[in-house]
Design a protein around this ligand. Structure first.
Ligand code: ZN
Length: 146
């Protein structure tokens, strides 16, 4: 009977575990003391530095070109790529573990070649981030807002 109950409740339990895991991860980013305006300005500079150097690194493989890289205080996204070839990134990339920042950077970079999330797009991402699925999952446990 217990086994039956566990089976039935499995979905519910897994969902609760996922929520708990997410809350824990959120705290990781939010537990940082409130950042002053000066610190945010520094984060933005650091984000731009990280992005420029990582794009230069990954673009040795992709050899793509873009118009401009901008750091934005986007509330709902980590990055975006416009049809005109402009790359935008959230300054909070500077606060992420580097392997997750890399995933975001490569993701947007690959949109310059594929403006979609097709298999072709993910194959391109996989050329430099073979474990993109895991990183993509993990990035979702971080809050972009605030
Ligand atoms: Zn995308």
């Amino acid at each position: 009977m217990i086994e039956k109950m566990i089976t039935e409740k499995r979905e519910w339990i897994l969902e609760k575990l996922e929520v708990a895991r997410r809350d824990g991860a959120l705290r990781r980013l939010e537990s940082a003391p409130k950042r002053t305006k000066k610190q945010v300005a520094e984060d933005k500079n650091r984000a731009l530095e990280i992005i420029r150097s990582r794009i230069a690194h990954f673009n040795l493989v992709y050899r793509l070109s873009w118009k401009r890289i901008a750091i934005r205080n986007q509330r709902t996204r980590w990055g975006s790529c416009s049809k005109r070839g402009n790359l935008n990134f959230n300054y909070k990339i500077a606060l992420l573990p580097p392997y997750l920042a890399d995933y975001i950077i490569v993701h947007e970079l690959c949109h310059l070649a594929q403006m979609n999330h097709s298999k072709k797009f993910w194959d391109l991402v996989a050329q430099t981030i073979p474990d993109w699925k895991e990183r993509r999952k993990e990035i979702r446990t971080y809050e972009v807002g605030n």
